[in-house]
Design a protein around this ligand. Structure first.
Ligand code: SAM
Length: 183
């Protein structure tokens, strides 16, 4: 049976999934939970065709992000796909040239816009969504991981066929296939 499930520790994000599922008359499990909890994947029994993570993994420390992706790998059926969209930064030797190019691209993201949007959303929601994002400091991956770094993380988590579907001045979209071969 077709279904679309969702996890986030912010109930606002899972309520967006609920609304989209209701609109599409699509069943699915909606879970409000911290992905730092070891047992999160137990909420999603079965074998999924596709799992997508959008702008979420860079909030984690690298070891935890790899473990979360290993859990995703285990939850996919053979031939299933993990789709990842995250910020990406060029490797150090290419950074200067890349920044020069990036400065000439139309800006896609502005921190002021982000803050304006979320302060309005926070006022409507009655709680501060941004505190659920986690700290911008510490050991989190952040915005500095290269495309090669994201590919390494997927490789370490067990994915074999990995491809970059899109890369712009800020972000990368990567697809990773779970092998059909028994492990
Ligand atoms: C930049 S937002 C992206 C949200 C959504 N994926 C999208 O693209 O619109 C990052 C999301 O990661 C979630 N997040 C961060 N740390 C988390 C954690 N430890 N457990 C669960 N969700 C987390 C935040 O609540 C937030 O909704």
């Amino acid at each position: 049976m077709e279904a679309r499930s969702c996890i986030d520790r912010d109930p606002f994000l899972t309520s967006i999934c609920r609304a989209v599922n209701q609109r599409d008359r699509m069943p699915g499990t909606l879970v409000v939970r911290d992905l730092n909890d070891a047992g999160w994947i137990d909420e999603f029994p079965g074998h999924y065709d596709v799992v997508a993570a959008v702008n979420a993994l860079h909030w984690f420390e690298a070891g935890r992000a790899t473990k979360v992706v290993e859990d995703v790998h285990g939850a996919l059926r053979g031939g299933g796909i993990f789709l990842l969209a995250e910020p990406a930064h060029p490797e150090r030797p290419f950074a200067a040239g890349f920044e020069e190019w990036k400065a000439r691209q139309p800006p896609r993201y502005a921190r002021e816009n982000w803050e304006r949007f979320w302060s309005r959303a926070n006022a409507l929601l009655g709680y501060d969504h941004t505190t659920l994002l986690g700290s911008r400091d510490g050991n989190r991956i952040g915005d500095d991981m290269s495309v090669a770094g994201w590919i390494r993380l997927l490789d370490q988590a067990g994915f074999g066929v990995i491809d970059v579907l899109l890369r712009d001045a800020d972000q990368v979209v990567i697809a990773a296939l779970k092998s059909n071969d028994p492990e």
